[in-house]
Design a protein around this ligand. Sequence first.
Ligand SMILES: Cc1cc2nc3c(=O)[nH]c(=O)nc-3n(C[C@H](O)[C@H](O)[C@H](O)COP(=O)(O)OP(=O)(O)OC[C@H]3O[C@@H](n4cnc5c(N)ncnc54)[C@H](O)[C@@H]3O)c2cc1C
Length: 282
Amino acid sequence: MIFELFPYRRSNKYKSYLSKKLISCWDVEIQGKIIAGLLEQQAAFSYLRGLFKTEKMNFDVLVIGSGPGGYVAAIRAAQLGLKTAVVERAEVGGICLNWGCIPTKALLKSSQVFQYIQHATDYGVSAGDAKADFPAMVKRSRDVAETMSKGVNFLLKKNKIELIRGTAKVRPGRTVEVTDEKGEVATYTASHIIIATGARSRELPNIRQDGKKIIGYREAMTLGKQPESMVVIGSGAIGSEFAYFYQSIGTKVTLIEVLPNIVPIEDEEVSKTLERSFRKPE
Ligand SMILES: Cc1cc2nc3c(=O)[nH]c(=O)nc-3n(C[C@H](O)[C@H](O)[C@H](O)COP(=O)(O)OP(=O)(O)OC[C@H]3O[C@@H](n4cnc5c(N)ncnc54)[C@H](O)[C@@H]3O)c2cc1C
């Protein structure tokens, strides 16, 4: 019975200590007093621990990073009644909404519409000459991303989640240090800290990005002018998307892949079908 009440103290040393105590105390009243005393002690400890916790901690849950990993966790925590905050050093919504899934799909939508118009006569539609307005496509993509980011901001507010702007560092003692744009540091404590800081793209050792001639995904979706030609290194989902987008609006694209198939982590059948469609003249 005692061990049921103290499941987290089942070490052999403790068991033998208790059994010795109890066996030596034949008097039931004394046994009861020992149990009651131990129980009271535990209850008092947890009561004090509880008091200590709520007095000291700023938040029940503090999430670092507001991407899909972070904001969804924060909203759920808030919905469960926990006092929640999110720390974000850049755009709310993370890479996915601002620089990943969403703006790339917006660009792809533009190229799809362009392709439809180019092939309109195939469908019995006369639409005249289509022209890809590259800056307008980029602007639309940025606008879509901004709208989505505002949407997440709204959701955080609606769920009473505090948004803390700055770069977070986890410190000992469930403490998070946040440095804002001006370099000012604020310290927060939380009973639970969720690290949802996402991933970074890796640079190739001999092909360093200079942001002009050798660019990464951010520059690739915000270029001021459509390039005449482009080499895309890496044919994973992201590389293939950029290759398709630029090629479909008239840029001459060369896609480089070290492995035998493009989109190498997909099924071979998918890779082959995509490769055929990439090679097919429009
Ligand atoms: C070009 C591109 C296209 C993509 N397309 C797709 C797609 O179509 N489908 C898909 O499923 N995935 C896609 N992805 C991947 C997708 O973006 C990521 O899987 C997703 O964003 C991961 O979400 P996350 O919440 O883990 O991290 P992220 O979205 O990266 O968010 C992390 C956030 O944490 C913040 N942060 C980091 N460190 C700190 C710190 N110390 N303090 C405060 N804040 C910090 C960052 O500013 C960022 O906002 C794409 C990625 C790229 C780059």
